[in-house]
Design a protein around this ligand. Structure first.
Ligand SMILES: *Cc1c(COP(=O)(O)O)cnc(C)c1O
Length: 405
């Protein structure tokens, strides 16, 4: 390699004086010092060469190139990018979104600690907090409607260690006020974690609003292509070091280097994809709201949404790509409608490039936690980045064939 090309081999830093789009492209990606390649390679090795005298090495230490469960090159590149995009000091990437959630809860909660958490959360959060950590390890939990600040305040106890919220919440798209809940949690010396998966850091950055942790299922918008699983916790290094030691190294939810590389690649176009998700979802929400056969539409970009003004304040990038809505129809008519969709696919998950729809809620054990309009079954619709007109037409023709239009 020539002398002149070597200047680019120094690690470049992309500080927050650079914009979100620039950092989405560049942060975590440097010229590879071995080959001069301008994209980082995938390092699949399980193990790294030891120093001359390895006797003093701590086998449970993170952050050194030692063994891939302790941390690897591709994981580190992705962590650098996500810490920057979320505006946090440090980041840990793990094998899935649930790996990140359980990693946080397991490392920070002890027997006798109390957690307050949203009535609307990812199902695994509900299981982890009300069943596993509660019954196996004696962690106390209270479920509250976190759209109600007085209810949050009333639920706090002297031993409350953590408040965990999800906003927008899966699946009812409820909006909780991050800044107000930060204030309540911190007044009582509790930490606040926010599951930011539905918004992504393009639309909402909880750490900048004062939250202690932002959690992402990277499986969703950040990877964005529906082909790799991962999770991330962003927050202060003092806490992330504990989570890394306990939950990554000793519970073992390490992300595969290949998945970290795929997600790194997907994350580059996060801002462009989110703009299209945001604008498509807003158009689809307005369309659905205009139809007489639709019983309700929950989307924070609609003025009819109870959390619209809070969303407007805390989601400057847009309102995300997920809509929940109901049809005035019986059980089988819902299935018929889905069977007539041509562009939109019936599948779980969300935040993929393609539109996905799932019929939920008819027999949901957590129904008692949701508003009444969600009790008779509803759709969670993850609006993709296809042409807006094609998505509207797909819904129109499926409703027509089902006899609802
Ligand atoms: C999907 C999802 C998770 C879990 O993520 P996985 O990557 O599937 O483990 C957590 N929180 C929310 C809000 C999600 O939508």
């Amino acid at each position: 390699m020539s002398e002149t090309s070597n200047k680019s081999l120094e690690k470049r830093t992309y500080g927050t004086e650079l914009g979100f789009l620039t950092r989405a492209v560049h942060t975590g990606n440097d010229v590879d010092s071995e080959t001069g390649a301008i994209k980082r390679p995938i390092v699949m090795a399980n193990s790294y060469e030891l120093p001359y005298d390895p006797t003093d090495l701590n086998w449970s230490e993170a952050g050194k190139n030692l063994y891939t469960r302790n941390g690897g090159a591709n994981q580190q590149y992705l962590q650098d990018k996500l810490a920057s995009l979320e505006g946090g000091e440090d980041c840990i990437c793990l094998a899935s979104g649930v790996g990140a959630l359980s990693g946080l809860f397991f490392a920070l909660l002890n027997t006798g600690d109390h957690v307050v958490f949203s009535n609307v959360t990812y199902i695994a959060v509900y299981r982890l907090l009300t069943e596993l950590l509660n019954k196996k390890f004696g962690v106390e939990t209270t479920i509250v409607d976190t759209t109600d600040l007085e209810a949050v305040r009333a639920a706090i106890r002297p031993n409350t260690k953590l408040v965990h919220i999800e906003t927008p919440g899966n699946p009812t798209i409820s909006i909780s006020d991050i800044e107000e809940i930060v204030r309540i949690a911190h007044e009582h010396h509790a930490l606040l974690s926010v599951d930011n998966t539905f918004a992504s850091p393009y639309n909402q950055r909880p750490i900048e609003l004062g939250a202690d942790f932002s959690i992402e299922s990277l499986t969703k918008y950040i990877n964005g292509h529906g082909d790799a699983m991962g999770g991330a916790i962003i927050g202060k290094k003092e806490y992330l070091d504990i989570i890394r030691a306990q939950s990554q190294i000793n519970l073992g939810a390490t992300i595969s280097p290949f998945n970290a590389w795929l997600i790194m690649r997907g994350a580059v176009t996060l801002p462009l994809r989110m703009r299209q998700h945001n604008s498509n979802a807003l158009a689809l929400a307005h369309y659905l709201e205009s139809l007489p056969c639709v019983s309700f539409v929950a989307y924070p970009g609609l003025e009819s949404h109870k959390g619209h003004f809070i969303a407007k304040k805390q989601m400057p990038g847009g309102y995300g790509g997920v809509i929940s809505f109901g049809l005035k129809a019986d059980h089988d008519t819902h299935n018929k409608f889905v069977s007539h969709l041509q562009v939109i696919t019936s599948a779980v998950s969300l935040g993929h490039d393609e539109s996905l729809i799932v019929f939920l809620g008819e027999n949901d054990e957590r129904q008692y936690l949701y508003p009444a309009e969600f009790h008779n079954g509803f759709f969670r619709f993850s609006v993709g980045i296809e042409d807006e007109a094609d998505l509207i037409e797909d819904i129109r023709q499926a409703l027509e064939k089902t006899g609802l239009l």
